[in-house]
Design a protein around this ligand. Structure first.
Ligand code: AKB
Length: 321
């Protein structure tokens, strides 16, 4: 079968990123060209090809790849930072087991792969302002440990085993379609949900907590642009999971911006165990390597992102204003 006819497989297809990446890929390549892999979380109204299974089952994954003539895999399955601390063993198994299988299958069948890393690769010893692409990677969460290990594993498959894998270190992602689950940056989404529904939000990090964030549309566009970019890691002898930045703001700045849309919004701050994770991550990211090597740039700043989140969630909740 011709290369152009090979399909795309998205694992973790119904999580926060998959819920927005899958429709974008379906629109670009056609609904019959995108195969989703989920488990119990497939939405009832989903339109498209669905496989259920687990990426830790290598034979099962190979069968899906062969049955659908897959040429590209977006391997999104992952447990996030806060949930990961509750169950470190499971986090290692889910985040690493499936990745090794995907890379082996990609090498043996000449597949192109996208794999997401995160700002969680950084830790308390990393410079926190304008964190550079190449710096200290000493995370303190299991999630961060799997992302550092994953980056090193992928680098080996790219440089020594000839697999084409693209990767981004996502900041906190802000989106309205699917709620995130188990992350530390989730407050930047929850404030919209609670703010619009209850006009109050109790934030689980302190008001001055500043983290790198991005509106989901930017993340999806950047991901697809990276996959389409003309990059040749093997010949250059180097591979990066790219730092990717858009907006950095303190929790209180987001609350103030949201109050422009919900003037009677009340936000209180009660830091919990997630504060320590937030404090171990950068405040802002230097993504100049991504901007130089494949032309990354973001579109959504704080006010544009807040306005569209409010508009979309009001539609979703059936609120007039
Ligand atoms: C999390 O908070 O764990 C994630 C991430 C930054 O990777 N959103």
């Amino acid at each position: 079968m011709a290369e152009a006819e090979r399909k795309i497989l998205v694992t973790g297809a119904f999580g926060q990123i998959g819920s927005e990446l899958v429709p974008a890929l379906q629109q670009k390549h056609g609904i019959d060209h995108v195969v989703t892999l989920g488990h119990s979380n497939v939405p009832q109204d989903f339109k498209g090809i669905v496989e259920t299974g687990d990426t830790s089952n290598k034979e099962g994954l190979e069968a899906i790849v062969d049955r659908h003539n897959i040429g590209v895999v977006y391997h999104l399955v992952s447990l996030l930072s806060a949930r990961g601390e509750e169950n470190p063993d499971l986090t290692w198994d889910i985040n690493m087991g499936g990745l090794k299988n995907v890379l082996d299958i990609a090498r043996d069948r000449n597949l192109k792969v996208f794999w997401p890393s995160s700002i969680a690769v950084f830790g308390p010893t990393t410079p926190r302002d304008s964190t550079p692409q190449h710096t200290i990677l000493e995370p303190t969460t299991m999630y961060g440990a799997t992302k550092v290990a994953g980056e090193n594993l992928v680098r080996h498959y790219v440089l020594k085993q000839g697999v084409d894998v693209r990767s981004l270190r996502y900041p906190g992602l802000i989106s309205w379609k699917a709620e995130p689950g188990g992350g530390t940056t989730d407050y930047a989404v929850a404030i919209f949900y609670d703010g619009l529904r209850k006009k109050e939000y109790q934030c689980f990090v302190s008001s001055d907590t500043t983290l790198p964030m991005m509106y989901m549309d930017d993340a999806i566009r950047g991901t697809i642009e990276l996959m389409e970019a003309d990059l040749d890691f093997q010949n250059e002898g180097k591979w990066n999971s790219y730092n990717m930045a858009a907006i950095s703001f303190a929790a209180v700045q987001l609350a103030e911006e949201l109050k422009k849309h919900i003037p009677d919004l009340k936000v209180t701050y009660k830091p919990d165990h997630r504060q320590a994770i937030a404090d171990s991550w950068p405040k802002s990211i230097d993504d100049s390597v991504a901007r130089a090597e494949w032309g990354w740039s973001h579109e959504f700043d704080l006010s544009k992102m807040t306005a569209i989140m409010v508009e979309k969630l009001r539609e979703k909740f059936g609120q007039t204003k």
